[in-house]
Design a protein around this ligand. Sequence first.
Ligand code: CO
Length: 237
Amino acid sequence: MRRSNVIVAEIHQLLREMVRPGITTMDLERVAEEETLKRGAVPAFKGYSGYPYCLCTSVNEEVVHGMPSEKKVLQEGDILSVDFGVLLDGYFGDAAITHPVGSISEEAAKLVKVTEESLGKAIEACKVGNRLYDISHAVQSHVEKEGFSVVRDFVGHGIGQELHEAPQVPNFGDPGMGPRLKAGMVLAIEPMINIGGHGVRVLEDGWTAITTDGSLSAHFEHSIAITDNGPYVLSRL
Ligand code: CO
């Protein structure tokens, strides 16, 4: 799982260097596919439940599962969430990052920062003996303290020989609840955070989820192994 996640992280790094006003989300898709195959891995999302691309590219009020498009030209001030996973030798890796496009508003920058911080708090809660919803609570309490809201309709997940395994990992919940964390578990934790309300709806394309109030949304994800020596962030270089 470390090896599949290193590939995910390397490709995220390449994509980060490409993000700027004027490129399209399809430019990112092409590079992601080529670099995945070059490394002997298989894109994890393409073909999953009929999803047609390697990447999910969600811009501004798009929360998750935005689809790469030749028509989607990034503009200065946008925020772009890139979600990407691969399969290598039978094991999955999965991670997501929200990038600023050029210079962005103070409010957008705060959203991106708080969302990334909330994933950091979640990772700190990935300790043997803690309970699953300690992770959820760590995200929710940080985000709500900063005045943002946690998306309810999409959650993180276990990951391993399948992209999505039990348990579901909500980004909201009560501390001290849920199953105990054990060494050897691997979780993909992925807070999706909105500036406005937590409501989302899926567009007619059947995939793209947007905020119901049109507010900006950010998304960060890591695949994390629970070990006796603490959390091991598999998808970080
Ligand atoms: Co995921």
